[in-house]
Design a protein around this ligand. Sequence first.
Ligand SMILES: [Zn+2]
Length: 64
Amino acid sequence: MLRQIETTIYCPYCGEPQTILIDPSVLQQSYIEDCQVCCRPIEFQVEVSVDGEDVSVMTMTDND
Ligand SMILES: [Zn+2]
């Protein structure tokens, strides 16, 4: 069964909350996506628990 986990993060540039969807079938993910508000590139590091129920998301600026 395919599903996605919805979670809220805060942009490290402008601080605006935004909702992202995580695919829990991949336990460790990192990717860059532009902020929906200020369009600057946010680096996401995502960890999904083994049972696929919990996600933790770290957001960083691209130039760290
Ligand atoms: Zn932003």
